[in-house]
Design a protein around this ligand. Structure first.
Ligand code: GDP
Length: 144
């Protein structure tokens, strides 16, 4: 069993796709074990995406991620990190494979419906960015 971190981004929440995306994740073998809705501040979005701060699209990405509420969650399943990336599809929704979440629910390379951690160390960092140890412990989720 592995855990990963997922965001249903503002475009998908605004479009009423959060339920359908969650169903897609569950059908794909990923179970939400901690979930909440948050509206990111500019500083939070900048902090979460700090690895991209030198990229030309950083300002646009931060504006998008603060444009409305999103749903942040911890997903559990076998090979959860790779499985989630597979279910999500390629970054650019226009190029994502048929049947993937980004192809079905995203709009373009920026407004691509979901985020998913790309490695164990980033999953740990990203879960910790949004969920405190106390919150996770209350839900019986232990990250070690
Ligand atoms: P991911 O791991 O597939 O989400 O892709 P990245 O880590 O490379 O990028 C993070 C996020 O930045 C993506 O999910 C998009 O929302 C956004 N993004 C990536 N590339 C571009 C781009 O070229 N232009 C814009 N506007 N946004 C981008």
């Amino acid at each position: 069993m592995e855990r990963t971190f997922s965001i249903i981004k503002p475009d998908a929440v605004k479009a009423g796709k959060a339920g359908a995306i969650t169903q897609h994740l569950v059908d794909g073998g990923l179970r939400p074990v901690a979930v909440k809705m948050v509206h990111l501040t500019q500083k939070e979005a900048e902090g979460f995406y700090y690895v991209h701060k030198a990229r030309p699209f950083f300002g646009d990405l931060v504006a998008f991620m603060t444009s409305g509420p999103c749903i942040v969650q911890v997903l559990e399943g076998e090979n959860a990190i790779a499985r989630n990336r597979e279910l999500m599809g390629a970054t650019d929704s226009k190029k994502a494979a048929a049947g993937t979440i980004r192809q079905k629910f995203g709009i373009d390379i920026e407004k691509n419906a979901v985020h998913g951690s790309d490695a164990p160390d980033t999953a740990k960092y990203e879960i910790g960015f949004f969920f405190s140890g106390a919150e996770l412990a209350r839900l019986g989720v232990t990250i070690g």
